[in-house]
Design a protein around this ligand. Structure first.
Ligand SMILES: [Zn+2]
Length: 203
């Protein structure tokens, strides 16, 4: 393994710990603001976690149909329920500063609460492209989705700098579920016999 160049790194997430006190939600509602490409990326991120785990235990149906404009700061007061909510906001949202302050993170691209919500911050993700960390918005968004979905499934950050669950995005961080991350996942969720890293054969 070569040393990762410590340039262009940005903190992406703050995960808030939430005690698991009930089962998984029966549905994930997606903000109508997500583009079709973003909806597809979220679905693909979920599929990648399920494939790595070789288990449908955490297979939760996704559907678009939630309007964050009707509850613009709902992500500041998340409640665990039978439905999870995935928001899309940008950093001009008045709730963003409060979210930052509460999590102690200085420039997050997204936030997740276990089995409760994910918040994607569109213009901050776009910033990854402007900083040259990613060449396309789609690549950046997928990385955030895979990482945030890991938090949604109960994972905290890992110290390995190349893990998708690393706290910072570095040049060369993999967009796949590596062995260490998978073992961590399988300690807290069900995994099947054919669990496997999704990194092989992927750039
Ligand atoms: Zn994170």
């Amino acid at each position: 393994m070569s040393l990762t160049k410590l340039v262009n790194y940005v903190p992406i997430i703050s995960a808030l710990a939430l005690t698991a006190c009930q089962g998984k939600p029966d549905k994930i509602l997606l903000d109508y603001k997500f583009s079709q490409q973003e909806v597809n990326a979220i679905a693909e991120a979920q599929r990648e976690w399920l494939e790595a785990a070789d288990s449908a235990e955490m297979d939760i149906p996704l559907s678009v149909g939630f309007n964050s404009d009707e509850k613009p700061y709902g992500f500041l007061d998340p409640k665990r329920s039978s439905k999870a909510f995935f928001y899309k906001i940008d950093a001009t949202n008045l709730g963003y500063e409060q979210l930052k302050a509460e999590t102690g993170s200085f420039d997050p691209m997204g936030f997740a609460l276990e089995l409760t919500q994910i918040v994607f911050i569109e213009d901050k993700i776009q910033g990854l492209v402007e900083k040259g960390v990613y060449t396309t918005y789609g690549d950046a968004f997928y990385k955030i989705a895979l990482h945030e979905y890991g938090h949604f499934l109960g994972l905290d950050h890992l110290t390995s700098p190349s893990s998708v669950m690393a706290h910072l995005i570095y040049d060369g961080v993999e967009t796949c579920i590596d062995e260490e991350t998978l073992e961590y996942y399988c300690n807290i969720n069900e995994c099947g016999q054919n669990k496997h890293s999704t990194c092989k054969g992927k750039k």
